[in-house]
Design a protein around this ligand. Structure first.
Ligand SMILES: Cc1ncc(COP(=O)(O)O)c(C=O)c1O
Length: 485
């Protein structure tokens, strides 16, 4: 029999056949999935205590499957149940069952999505995904790729813009070039700062444009900054519009940014990591992202609102493969990549920053076939309705208040602190107490200097009763803290 436990393992301990291993795994997976909405969202322990309980340095008999499953069980026991309605901390929660199947099959077949010969089906699925999304977004003749997430996608868009503007940069670097400047909403995601660092621009060359009262990039302020930089001899080459800012959920208005692009001919990228999911709903797209089809690039995370298992992203661009290749390919690839007979891209790795690439297309594909665009649209519209409901409940509450008006999917609110008390401290204490009790994990963020609890609803297990319970728990916890203060 094929020795599953590997070379030199202790044969006596090899008590399970592979089929028994799989059936044990299936039982565990099914029980975990069924129970993940029950009880507390986590068995919360401080790192020192968890370290002791896990006893990671414990001696293990090699080849002992029973022991291996004990490790798996303790992992699951202490894991955060991200599919639990108490987990409203981040932009993702749990994962869709079709995509979980996709992840399992991906692990089973363990290959790299860089070449057709190692990943034939995944290559075709990824191409299908890219074309489907290009058509949906309105870049039908464009190009795209799946990346490791929107941080990476934002950087690749900036890289493509830099290399388009400055054709010699690939060979000569930025030495001796005109100074390049990129522009973002001051409330944009930090991945843009990292991209400016990685690409050699430096953070002083990433201009943070003030946000208006609705959290949108102030187009007038952008125009002033563009003019100031150009007059000083710099080159504005890249503007990122955020479709759904991280803390506040603001959508930068594309129309004025497109008008300014006429004048300054920069690359207009749309970071839709979070709020880009409105593209699935014609109604929401018309409201939040009109003119998207005129942008130069767009990124969207399927692992956020659509609920596909982490990580699952697509970056889409106007233009063709040679543009993406110009930005991303370098060095001698002849040992690995082949072209199609007509010179077309056969191996997707040639358009990527990575060599080995995880297969992310299968989980997307299964979700897409299972839910369809309409299913995704219903989900996103449903989340928005729940956000409206949460806001209404907060506004009529005696101890809760909105920190800023809601723009989209982010409900930024807090427990109202008594006069003279530090509201940020009180709300941080509320968050920590709920976290440690295993009841709720909710994110926080600063909006215009004020700390807000940031309610994000991206879990299909969350409905009105769960929102009511969450808000009641925040209110009760706040009152308890005040009573003992
Ligand atoms: C607006 C925005 N852009 C980019 C990102 C980064 O996405 P990822 O986690 O996929 O790298 C985030 C993450 O929260 C985000 O909110």
């Amino acid at each position: 029999m094929y020795n599953q436990s590997g070379y030199g393992m202790n044969k006596q301990k090899e008590q399970m056949k592979p089929e028994q291993v799989f059936s044990r795994l299936a039982q565990l997976a099914s029980r975990y999935h069924q129970q993940q909405g029950q009880g507390d969202y986590v068995v919360y322990l401080e790192p020192g205590e968890l370290q002791q309980r896990l006893d990671l340095a414990r001696e293990s008999q090699s080849g002992d499957w029973e022991e291996l499953f004990r490790w798996v069980e303790s992992y699951l026991h202490y894991a955060v149940k991200t599919g639990h309605p108490g987990y409203i901390n981040r932009m993702w929660a749990g994962a869709n069952l079709p995509s979980i199947i996709g992840e399992m099959v991906t692990a089973l077949t363990n290959t790299s999505a860089c070449t057709y010969e190692t990943a034939p089906v995944s290559t075709l699925m990824e191409k299908y995904l890219i074309q489907t999304m290009l058509n949906l977004v309105g870049f039908p003749h464009g190009v795209g790729q799946m990346t490791t997430g929107s941080s990476n996608a934002n950087m690749i868009a900036m890289l493509a813009a830099r290399n388009r503007h400055c054709q010699s940069v690939k060979e000569q670097g930025l030495f001796g070039q005109q100074e390049l400047f990129a522009f973002v909403n001051e409330e944009a995601h930090y991945s843009l700062d990292r991209a400016a660092n990685i690409l050699g621009l430096g953070s002083d060359h990433l201009i943070k444009v003030p946000a208006d009262s609705r959290g949108r990039m102030d187009a007038r302020a952008l125009a002033e900054e563009l003019e100031r930089i150009s007059k000083a001899g710099g080159k504005p080459f890249f503007v990122t519009a955020t479709a759904g800012t991280t803390v506040r959920g603001g959508y930068d208005h594309l129309e004025p940014l497109l008008a300014l692009r006429e004048r300054y001919s920069y690359w207009l990228h749309v970071d839709g990591a979070w709020g880009g999911s409105v593209v699935f709903s014609p109604k929401l797209r018309a409201y939040y992202l009109p003119d998207l089809e005129q942008a130069d690039s767009f990124t969207l995370d399927f692992h956020k609102m659509p609920g596909t298992a982490l990580m699952c992203n697509v970056l889409l661009m106007q233009g063709n493969c040679s543009m993406l290749r110009q930005a991303l390919s370098a060095g001698d690839e002849s040992y690995i990549f082949r072209e199609g007979e007509d010179g077309s891209v056969r191996d997707l790795g040639t358009l990527s920053l990575q060599c080995g690439r995880r297969v992310d297309s299968l989980k997307w594909f299964l979700d897409w076939k299972f839910y369809g665009r309409e299913g995704m649209a219903r989900r996103v519209e449903g989340y928005l309705k729940l956000c409206e409901y949460a806001q209404a409940q907060i506004e009529r509450h005696d101890v809760l208040e909105m920190v800023v008006p809601r723009e989209s999917f982010n409900v930024c609110f807090r427990f109202r602190a008594p006069a003279g008390m530090d509201a940020a401290g009180l709300n941080t204490a509320i968050r920590e107490r709920m976290q440690q009790q295993g009841r709720y994990l909710v994110g926080t963020g600063f909006v215009k200097g004020e700390l807000a609890l940031r309610l994000l609803i991206t879990n299909i297990r969350v409905g009105r009763p769960e929102i009511d319970d969450f808000l009641a728990t925040v209110a009760r916890t706040g009152r308890e803290i005040l009573a003992t203060a």
